[in-house]
Design a protein around this ligand. Structure first.
Ligand code: SF4
Length: 336
């Protein structure tokens, strides 16, 4: 699907930070450190596009998604949705905004209340946001169920009566119920069988076309993101290290971490030989991240400067943003 990358910006994330304090002591507890889950990330999402946000588990991508929706409070930074700065909104303003920004969770088992019927699960946001009640609400629930490929009679059933793929369709229906403009898809297919993953991704793409939705699609798998994204941002240890259009990223990855991730994706064509880049060691702890470039402890191209100086996140040309000392900024390049 082609969506204009130059379209209007719907969501601006500026210098977003989320540090979880670590405390010691029960009565006089004091902060002894912090988990630096998200550390100063900046990106835009344009109207109607899908921005993929990828990285290994623990890199901060899910925390970033939750901070954007204020399901958890960010430590600092701005999240500007359609001109409103989400971290500064009062409770009632935030409740109104939640109609426009929804989330689909990773776990299609844990994210649905087992004691509620599917009709009540999908109808609940309609009730909370005073969108529809009574017969009108039931009609809307039936319509949404059919939109996501389920049937109206499923409204009377309970979540345990469905397969994983069907439950994720229920999660999508719940998000769609309030006519959102932005949906944060938080690893929506990671818990599903590969055969079902494609169905759910196709459904998300069809819904995007039909309703003009904008997605922030969070995943750890670059091959999944490739199918659905217009642009991709790669995260490592709380930082975005590369961000560009999908075609450009897969054809011309510039950050050594992205290069390593892409080298691990198997080729469908056995005649294409690809050299696998094996990264040494595990992802360091976000409690005490490495100095300078956070990737320096695992980077095959590490230089002395990388250990002491953090690389800036710069436009290397045509909106291809990279944070690496090996990649210079393009002359006169603009901001993301
Ligand atoms: Fe590797 Fe240095 Fe670039 Fe970091 S800044 S990715 S350590 S070359």
């Amino acid at each position: 699907m082609a969506r204009a990358a130059n379209a209007e910006v719907l969501l601006e994330v500026r210098n977003l930070v989320k540090h979880f304090p670590i405390r010691q002591g029960i009565i006089f507890s004091r902060q002894i450190g912090a988990v630096q889950a998200v550390d100063n990330i900046t990106f835009n999402v344009h109207k109607g596009e899908t921005l993929g946000l990828v990285g290994e588990s623990g890199c901060g991508k899910t925390t970033a998604g939750r901070c954007i929706l204020r399901l958890i409070e960010p430590t600092s930074g701005d999240v500007i949705f359609d001109g409103r700065n989400v971290p500064q909104l009062a409770k009632d303003e935030l409740r109104d905004l939640r109609k426009e920004m929804q989330i689909i969770f990773q776990d299609p088992y844990g994210s649905l209340n087992p004691r509620m019927t599917v009709g009540d699960i999908i109808g609940e946001p309609l009730h909370i946001h005073k969108i529809a009640k009574g017969a009108e609400r039931e009609k809307r629930v039936r319509e949404i169920l059919e939109t996501v490929g389920l049937s109206a009679f499923h409204a009377r059933r309970f979540p345990h009566e469905f397969s994983g793929g069907q439950r994720q369709r229920i999660g999508i229906a719940r998000a769609l119920a309030v006519n959102p403009r932005l949906i944060i898809c938080d690893e929506p297919v990671s818990a599903l069988d590969v055969s079902i993953q494609a169905q759910v991704i196709n459904l998300l793409q069809d819904l995007q076309e039909e309703f003009g939705l904008t997605y922030l699609f969070i995943a750890h798998d670059l091959s999944v993101v490739k199918h659905i994204s217009d642009r991709v941002a790669v995260m490592y240890l709380g930082k975005i290290v590369e961000l560009t259009g999908k075609e450009e990223l897969y054809r011309n990855p510039k950050h050594p971490y992205t290069q390593a991730l892409l080298s691990a994706i198997p080729e469908a064509d056995p005649t294409i030989k690809k050299e696998r880049i094996i990264l040494r060691g595990d992802v360091p702890s976000p409690i005490n991240p490495p100095s300078g470039c956070r990737f320096h402890t695992r980077c095959p191209k590490v230089m002395d400067i990388c250990r002491v100086q953090e690389p800036e996140f710069v436009d290397s040309g045509d909106g291809h943003y990279v944070a690496c000392h090996l990649v210079p900024a393009a002359e006169g390049a603009g901001k993301n």
